[in-house]
Design a protein around this ligand. Structure first.
Ligand code: AMP
Ligand code: GLY
Length: 423
């Protein structure tokens, strides 16, 4: 089969790496891909942006692509699945109406409330004064969330109510995130460790993946600003079989049933971002896709053929395949460019990739570009170095021993990935 994979980050390199292992896969075009996908077996980059839906469709038609796999949320929320389906092309991911679970936090909150899925109390606002009044009325400090997609930057945890009001003014009046912050949620502040539970979904059936935890803060010891994720590990020691059964019963199952009942069955990966609060599980967010960097630890634990699972989802036969996961654990450490998540330099040569792989690691590329045979940095998060082993500590050790061989100017990373379990 010929595949088209949309996206360019570490998640997409992990997807390309895993899909390329399927005997049924002949070729994978990655749009636009990165330096890692450029050098992965069976893969070839094609320079089409993930948001350029007409060009993606034209490419898939011209190349007679058998299956398109969508990595990021932007094309899903823009309706890439609907577009491809209308043209009769198989594509893995939720339709636009189902992708609203991530694309509109207002939709998602109302959906959860309607289906009694546990989630923090929140008000949804388009008017600044009403939002500010509500923020003052909450018992706890509020969390302010832009309803639309904001590249992971749309959630603010203000340190005071005054700051909350400032953030509300920026979002609702000054439109700091454009249309994405024309509607905001003002949500009660919850506390507790966070776990990501991802599931393959075929519209009716679901198959849960090993639960993962990511490290969002930039610096060792959970200090510094929030980032897209500086590392991750799976399975999470917090997620017992009972916990997963509860998440399935109270969160995933009602979401699938609710989506089917409203005529938009959920096909794709459903990602529930959960907090384990003192009073139980609460959903912080849904994502409509694989996580990044969670994918870089989840897929290395999958023993089954990923392509077969994706095809089963499209055919509504997920109930017939039983994804097999290896025992042990995986940890990934992100190497980022100095300055990230602020401004950073690019174009720095990367050394030691082969030596890291020789330690038994898998190095997933995020922000890299291949130029004249050389791997150069091209983004904030540059690499995700994954180790798999029999325990979480052994997996982390393996990742760090691989990482010790890799160099590029200004590289930064955390030294405590998978070693502090609070996320
Ligand atoms: P979200 O995009 O909604 O997952 O939010 C991003 C991050 O903000 C989460 O991973 C949490 O760390 C934090 N967060 C979101 N909602 C809340 C909440 N209600 N209380 C405390 N922290 C939250
Ligand atoms: N790791 C968080 C996300 O993928 O949204």
């Amino acid at each position: 089969m010929k595949l088209l994979l949309i996206g360019s980050g570490g998640r997409e390199h992990a997807l390309a790496w895993k899909l390329s292992q399927s005997a049924q896969v002949e070729r994978i075009f990655v749009a636009p891909g990165n330096g890692g996908t450029a050098t992965t077996d069976k893969c070839e980059n094609t320079p089409i942006r993930d948001s350029d839906l007409p060009s993606l469709l034209a490419f898939a038609q011209a190349q007679a692509i058998d299956l398109t796999v969508v990595g990021p949320e932007v094309p899903l929320v823009a309706g890439v699945v609907d577009l491809f389906q209308a043209a009769g092309l198989p594509i893995f991911g939720p339709v636009q109406a189902a992708a609203q679970l991530e694309g509109s936090k207002a939709f998602s909150k109302a959906f959860m409330q309607r289906h009694a899925i546990p989630t923090g109390q929140a008000g949804v606002f388009t008017e600044f004064e009403a939002a500010a009044d509500f923020a003052w009325s909450l018992d706890s400090l509020p969390v302010i969330k832009a309803s639309g997609l904001a590249a992971g930057k749309g959630v603010v945890l203000p340190a005071s109510r005054e700051e909350a009001v400032t953030v509300l003014r920026q979002m609702l009046v000054e439109r700091s995130f454009g249309e994405a912050s024309a509607t905001v949620l003002v949500e009660e502040r919850l506390t507790g460790p966070e776990v990501s539970v991802l599931a393959f979904c075929d519209g009716t059936n679901l198959a849960v993946m090993p639960p993962a935890q990511d490290h969002k803060r930039l610096l060792t010891g959970d200090a510094g600003p929030n980032t897209g994720g500086m590392g991750a590990f799976a399975p999470s020691p917090l997620a017992s079989p009972d916990f997963l059964a509860e998440v399935t019963r109270r969160v995933l199952r009602p979401t699938l049933d609710g989506m089917a009942a409203q005529g938009t069955p959920y096909v794709g990966v459903l990602y529930a971002g959960l907090m384990l609060t003192p009073s139980g599980i609460q959903v912080l967010e849904f994502n409509c896709r694989f996580g990044d960097p969670e994918t870089q630890v989840v897929l290395p634990l999958l023993e089954s053929d990923l392509l077969e699972i994706l095809l089963a989802c499209l055919d509504g036969r997920l109930g017939e395949v039983n994804p097999v996961w290896r025992g042990g654990a995986a940890a990934t450490v992100v190497m980022a460019s100095g300055g990230y998540p602020g401004a950073y330099a690019t174009g720095k040569p990367i050394q030691g990739l082969a030596a890291a792989e020789a330690e038994g690691c898998t190095v997933f590329h995020a922000g890299t570009a291949l130029a004249a045979g050389e791997q150069l940095t091209s983004g904030g998060r540059v690499l995700a170095v994954t180790g798999v082993d029999e325990s979480l500590s052994a997996a982390a050790k393996r990742a760090y021993s691989g990482l010790s061989h890799i160099q590029f100017e200004g590289a930064i990373w955390r030294t405590d990935i998978a070693r502090t379990h609070s996320g």
